[in-house]
Design a binder for this molecule. Structure first.
Ligand code: HEM
Length: 181
């Protein structure tokens, strides 16, 4: 996982909780490098799992709630760090429909070792987009948080629903419906 995801995660914890809690979860997670992440580095995904687990234990909030909140926060940060990826889309539906073939494709050019999910568009109308998320990292709550962050960014009222029938129960393959109101 790219270092930028770790540095943004720790910044969110500092802003929403405290700098002390950042230190605490780094100790709890027993990271080999003591939590010294660089944005351009690449780190094992299990280090993110350890940090989220530590934050969940210390805050009493469920990991999925924390991951969703991180997605909302991260979208705002992506807009600051990589504005052109976002300004190229006029609205959330266009953006989400272009994650796989445009946005993450460009991300891969910047970071050839990025571990990115697949987003397959199944169907699209003017008001409804159906996409399937697939990734061995099972971060679909992060995806929902990012999409909610995009809706807030564009000032749109819309809703993401995760279909009842998770295609894979571990969350490695999930179908979303984005509806614009
Ligand atoms: C609503 C739009 C977006 C969604 C739903 C989305 C979804 C995701 C998810 C779920 C991941 C975690 C990896 C995984 O699940 O396997 C991820 C990783 C990532 N995405 Fe996106 N993304 C979006 C937009 C963007 C934008 C605008 C950028 C800007 C550059 C971006 C850059 C990245 C980067 C750098 C990673 C980390 C890759 C790694 O850890 O190696 N994404 N994305």
């Amino acid at each position: 996982m790219k270092g930028v995801v770790f540095t943004e995660f720790l910044d969110m914890v500092e802003q929403r909780f405290s700098a002390d809690l950042v230190d605490d979860i780094i100790v709890d997670a027993a990271l080999p490098h003591g939590g010294a992440f660089t944005a351009v580095g690449t780190y094992p995904f299990n280090e993110m799992v350890a940090l989220v687990t530590a934050l969940s234990r210390r805050s009493g909030m469920a990991p999925e709630v924390l991951i969703h909140a991180f997605g909302q926060y991260l979208f705002g940060r992506f807009y600051v760090l990589y504005p052109h990826f976002i300004t190229a889309s006029p609205d959330t539906m266009h953006l989400v429909a272009h994650i796989e073939k445009v946005i993450h494709l460009e991300v891969r050019k910047l970071y050839p070792d990025a571990e990115l999910p697949a987003f397959m568009v199944e169907s699209q109308t003017a008001t409804r987009l159906c996409v399937v998320y697939q990734s061995p990292r099972c971060l679909w709550q992060l995806a929902v948080g990012l999409i909610d962050g995009a809706l807030a960014h564009y000032g749109e009222s819309g809703q993401v629903t995760v279909r009842q029938e998770l295609l894979h129960s571990d969350g490695s393959r999930v179908r979303f419906i984005l509806e614009r109101q």
